[in-house]
Design a protein around this ligand. Structure first.
Ligand code: AMP
Length: 216
């Protein structure tokens, strides 16, 4: 099964995708994580993306489409994938349709995580993740069980994203409203869009998503 998690920054897409990956073996394809890895490695893509990401703007479609096309061609994606942060524009959605068609793959569900915009900045500004395994945490909503130690891999190193601040969040939200929100009607017309309550507790959101995936 191949799905998209759709929602603004801070909606919880990454958290839910990580859980779907660990419990169901689906592959999380986070374009944000891929770009951050490219920036860290100093690759050509990383050099092009760095400044754009720090401002909270969108990286050009052709770079994003190339990145995803290469990734979904890899054998692990046969298990089913979760697109987290892609597509973000109509041009990306159309390119995704074309590449899936070409590879004989289907898009089974687009799960929209509905959230209250007021809460997003609070969610974004408090978040951090394990520097080693990438598990996500939050100062207020999800602290490690043992302070300063990752629950999953035991690492003591954590990182915070440069773009997770109130100022950049304004640009990221504006980009979401102008460029990504039109994907809702795009997928609604195709009959694949389903909504979940992204403001519910994390376990409840997960329950709703798995309900949607099993056909509800
Ligand atoms: P995210 O981790 O999904 O919040 O993405 C972080 C940043 O990476 C975004 O603010 C954009 O600058 C860039 N980015 C990630 N995915 C995309 C995409 N599909 N299209 C354009 N830019 C993207």
């Amino acid at each position: 099964m191949n799905i998209i998690l759709l929602g603004p920054p801070g909606a919880g897409k990454g958290t839910q995708a990580q859980r779907l990956q660990s419990e169901r073996g689906m592959i999380q394809l986070s374009t944000g994580d891929m770009l951050r890895a490219a920036v860290a490695s100093g690759s050509e893509l990383g050099r092009k993306a760095k400044g754009i990401m720090e401002k909270g703007e969108l990286v050009p479609d052709e770079l994003m489409v190339g990145l995803i096309e290469d990734r979904i061609a890899q054998p692990d994606c046969l298990k089913g994938f979760i697109l987290d942060g892609f597509p973000r524009t109509e041009a990306q959605a159309e390119a995704l349709d074309r590449m899936l068609d070409k590879k004989g793959k289907t898009l089974d569900r687009v799960v929209e995580m509905e959230v209250d915009e007021q809460a997003l900045t609070e969610r974004i500004v408090g978040r951090f993740s394990c520097a080693k395994c990438g598990t996500g945490y939050h100062d207020k909503f999800k602290r490690p069980k043992v302070e300063g130690v990752c629950d999953v891999c035991g690492s003591k190193e954590f990182v915070r994203r440069k773009d997770d601040n109130a100022e950049t969040m304004k640009t990221r939200m504006a980009a979401y409203r102008a460029q990504t929100e039109p994907l809702r009607p795009y997928y609604a017309r195709r009959g694949v869009l389903r909504k979940v309550d992204g403001m519910a507790a994390m376990d409840e959101v997960y329950r709703q998503i798995t309900g949607v995936l099993s056909g509800a």
